[in-house]
Design a protein around this ligand. Structure first.
Ligand code: MOS
Length: 721
């Protein structure tokens, strides 16, 4: 039986009434010990009988066509084949939000996968790939840099009111151009696939975020029925958007394995990951703010310029949070996407807010400085009653609480005027920024099984990409079934299990969590019937059911396991409520007066995201956001060669994610909140919220320290003095 709920239907809040107290509390990830002892297998670690190894070959030109000369390598040791067939190339950009079919046999960027070389061993495949002769015909009309762009097509985003008029009526204005560099998701685990065929049936171990969706992509690319594809990804070493869609290793391995009649494994090198996988576009953003004498916004504008390959539908939604965060009658958003011959732009952690909030929240800091209003007070004054563009009411929104309670905890009252606090050769400053991230609920299914011995099993094709899915799904089932979480086994990452939301867009916890909640709720109803009590009166505790005047051990109520499916569907809540997570980021930095070096001494994040399912895993998610904020503000930048579009810094030695010494003390606090409109479990996404605005808190602190406003990111020392 399925317990099915659409979000526009009334929902009970059983989670507060079960009284187990195993939800929301900090609980370590149950799979943690397996991971840190190397016993949790990742995609590249699986082996299969008779397995061959494939290595990707990348295009060495920016634009044109090519032909591979296989005769040049056929005699090399271990050679098994070179596969350039249409399917491999079509999968070149096979990432969510892209259009794999448009590739044809063309090269559109340097680094594009054009073949997979397969040999008996990895070393042999690598050697063959290194000397494989490829004949190129180059086109001379490649455009690789914003400076070469002549056409910036207009988006059709409608204006509201008249921003130009508001700017001339305003007492205080900001009109600033910000730029951000492209970013890489930089997940620890590179993309990898092991493909095995049994007749028409393909089994593929991959490193993917959304298995149900990825199964359809793989099937489409191979021209087979999705029923014949099984994907497995029980452990994933980070995704951050880069594994939302299938990667070229998946189709490369599948095509080669089919042709050779043996299993094939393809692991992307770190260079491959930088060159073949989607990155976040570079942006230019013009921010305009028009405010009256009290700092109240009369209008705002956020126009942006970015790039992608031809026919790619993805555009970084730079203004996503700007639409609903602050008021102001007059609003303008223009989006202009140029065609550049660089790797495809796609989803990288917090698409939109990661760079959009960086610019907006710096502009707000500029406005605070110009108007002489405290940055927190300025933000409080501009929190709108209703959505300023649609008039829709907000669901739970604790932005004001996050700003004020965060300020208190951080010691904001000790902040001084810009450039006035100095310790030796270091300027010290504090900065703040709002955080906001649209909340999304996705359709998701899970099976929940309760056994007579008081153990339980949760099964769904959901992934745990390092986010804590194993922990929270087990906690939800344990809370609902009255069990110690240790008694609940969670099985994930297999498309043979019920189809889930997958992990992405910070929707995973609330979506998959709601399906587990609903499955467990259906079990409770069945137990209440058997016990002869109202379901509201049922109490489950450590294998004993009580209700009304009855009290019986589960073993007496059940002679066989009970399995129920939970199924959550989004419904129409957007029209009734605008939903988002909110928060505030605080940073204290030291800026070296001689070198311009910035050190982040401490950060505090005050986050409000509905019910917090596990304070430990939620805190870890926010830490990740804070650290990514430091990277966005100070270190992370993909450099494209302006002549070829090549990703020059294509490894983790040259692409600088923050390391331990770059990160000061991190503190996370949660604002107590329940969001009835968000999901049956009243929870909202937290992962990407942790990044939204985090970088702006750092650069606003730089301004407060030394009076330098950074407009071009990252804020490397050369941009400070
Ligand atoms: Mo999300 S872009 O899958 O971190």
């Amino acid at each position: 039986m399925t317990e099915h709920l659409k979000m526009d239907q009334v929902q009970p809040h059983l989670l507060d009434e079960t009284g187990q107290g195993v939800l929301s509390v900090p609980m370590p990830r149950p799979e943690g010990p397996l991971k840190v002892t190397g016993r949790a297998p990742y995609a590249a670690e699986y082996k299969a009988e008779g397995m061959a190894t494939g290595v990707m070959v990348r295009a060495a030109i920016t634009k044109g066509t090519y032909a591979v000369d296989t005769a040049s390598v056929e005699d090399m040791p271990g050679y098994l084949g070179v596969f350039t067939d249409k399917m491999v190339r079509n999968a070149a950009q096979g990432t969510m939000g892209t259009n794999p079919a448009q590739m044809g046999d063309k090269i559109l960027y340097l680094g594009q996968p054009i073949a997979v070389v397969v040999a008996e061993t990895f070393e042999q495949a690598r050697d063959i790939a290194a000397v494989l002769k490829v004949d190129y015909t180059e086109d001379d009309d490649a455009v690789c840099d914003f400076d070469g762009v002549s056409d910036w097509p207009d988006s059709d985003k409608p204006d509201q009111g008249d921003l130009d008029q508001a700017m001339s009526d305003a007492t205080f204005t900001v009109d600033s151009m910000y730029t951000t560099k492209p970013h890489n998701s930089a997940a620890m685990e590179p993309h990898a696939a092991l493909a095995e065929w049994d007749g028409d049936k393909l089994t593929l171990h991959g490193s993917l975020q959304m298995l149900g969706y990825n199964r359809d992509e793989v099937a489409d690319s191979l021209g087979i029925d999705a029923k014949n594809v099984r994907l497995l990804a029980p452990y994933v070493g980070g995704g951050f958007g880069s594994k939302l869609g299938m990667s070229p290793d998946c189709v490369g391995a599948a095509v080669a394995a089919k042709a050779l009649g043996r299993p094939v494994r393809v692991v992307l090198s770190r260079n491959n990951v930088f060159e073949m996988i989607v990155l976040r576009t570079a942006t230019r953003q013009r921010l305009r703010l028009a405010a009256d004498k009290d700092g109240k916004l009369l209008g705002l504008g956020q126009e942006n310029w970015q790039s992608n390959l031809p026919d790619e539908p993805m555009a970084e939604p730079v203004d996503l949070a700007t639409h609903f965060l602050y008021g102001g009658e007059n609003r303008r958003y223009g989006q202009h996407v140029a065609i550049l011959n660089r790797p495809a732009s796609g989803s990288v952690r917090a698409p939109g807010e990661a760079v959009g909030m960086l610019a907006l929240e710096n502009a707000m800091d500029e406005l605070a400085e110009k108007s002489g209003i405290d940055p927190i007070e300025l933000r409080l004054r501009n929190i709108p009653e209703k959505h300023p563009e649609t008039g829709v009411q907000y669901s739970a929104r604790s932005l004001a609480e996050a700003l004020t309670e965060g300020a208190k905890a951080f010691g904001w009252d000790k902040r001084q005027k810009a450039g006035t606090r100095r310790e030796g050769e270091w300027y010290i400053g504090m900065g703040v920024a709002s955080a906001a991230r649209t909340n999304i609920l996705m359709e998701s299914r899970a099976n929940v099984t309760l056994n007579p011995d008081g153990t339980a099993l949760v099964q769904t094709d959901m992934t745990d990409i390092g986010t804590g899915t194993y922990a929270i799904l087990g906690q939800i089932a344990a809370e609902m079934l009255g069990l110690d979480p240790q008694k609940v086994t969670v099985e994930l990452g297999d498309t043979d299990l019920p189809k889930s939301s997958g992990s992405g867009g910070s929707w995973g916890a609330a979506s998959a969590g709601s399906s587990v909640f609903l499955g467990a709720k259906a079990i409770r109803r069945k137990l209440a019937e058997r016990l002869g009590c109202e379901v509201e009166a049922l109490r489950l505790q450590d294998g004993v059911a009580t209700g009304g005047n009855n009290r019986r051990p589960l073993a007496e109520l059940m002679d066989a396991p009970i399995t129920e499916e939970g199924h959550i569907e989004p419904g129409q809540t957007d029209e009734d409520y605008h939903q988002a997570g909110y928060g505030a980021h605080f940073a204290e930095v030291a800026v070296n007066a001689v070198t311009g070096e910035v050190r982040v001494r401490r950060m505090l994040a005050a986050m409000a995201a509905g019910r917090i399912l596990n304070r430990q895993t939620a805190t870890s998610q926010v830490w990740g956001g804070q650290i990514w904020g430091i990277g966005t503000a100070l270190t992370e930048a993909i450099e494209h060669d302006p002549r070829t579009g090549h990703v020059v810094n294509n490894d983790l030695a040259e692409y600088h994610v923050p390391v331990n010494l770059d990160v000061g003390d991190l503190e996370v606090m949660f604002i107590e909140e329940r969001d009835d409109a968000s999901s049956p479990i009243q929870a909202k996404g937290i992962g990407e919220l942790g990044l939204s605005g985090a970088g702006a808190a750092v650069t606003n602190a730089i301004y407060n320290a030394c009076g330098v406003r950074v407009y071009d990111y990252p804020a490397t020392p050369d941009r400070i003095f």
